[in-house]
Write a protein of this length. Structure first.
Length: 127
């Protein structure tokens, strides 16, 4: 039996106000090769500066909205390395999000493996 190839470790910062619900996601993504840090809106910029994530997963429901949070993180991480996670995206909202330069708009009902694949793609080194 061949061993599965080892994926490179990627640093992930999850910004969410729902710590209890997010902790299970952190555990799952850790099993997919991510080193996960969790931040609230208040600590997001500080955590991004110290954790130096390869990719950020931002809950669209954060206090104050996802747009100001993207703007706050933009100086610390390229916007195309930020994915925003929402329960639902209206077409206009999704167009606006893509136009803002973020790396992706994701849906909360994605299964954990699909979410890990999407985040891994966003975290790949650019050439």
């Amino acid at each position: 039996m061949l061993a599965e190839p080892q994926l490179p470790v990627r640093r992930l910062l999850i910004v969410s106000q729902h710590r209890a619900a997010t902790e299970a996601l952190c555990d799952h993504l850790s099993r997919h090769g991510f080193v996960v840090a969790l931040a609230s809106c208040e600590s997001a910029a500080r955590e991004a500066a110290s954790a130096r994530p390869d990719v950020v997963l931002l809950d669209a429901d954060v206090t104050g909205g996802w747009k100001p949070m993207v703007d706050a993180l933009r100086d610390l991480i390229p916007a195309d390395r930020i994915a925003v996670l929402a329960s639902y995206w209206h077409a206009d909202e999704q167009r606006e999000a893509v136009a803002s330069g973020i790396g992706g708009t994701l849906l909360k009902h994605l299964d954990g493996s699909a979410l890990a694949r999407q985040l891994r793609e966003l975290s790949e080194p650019r050439q």
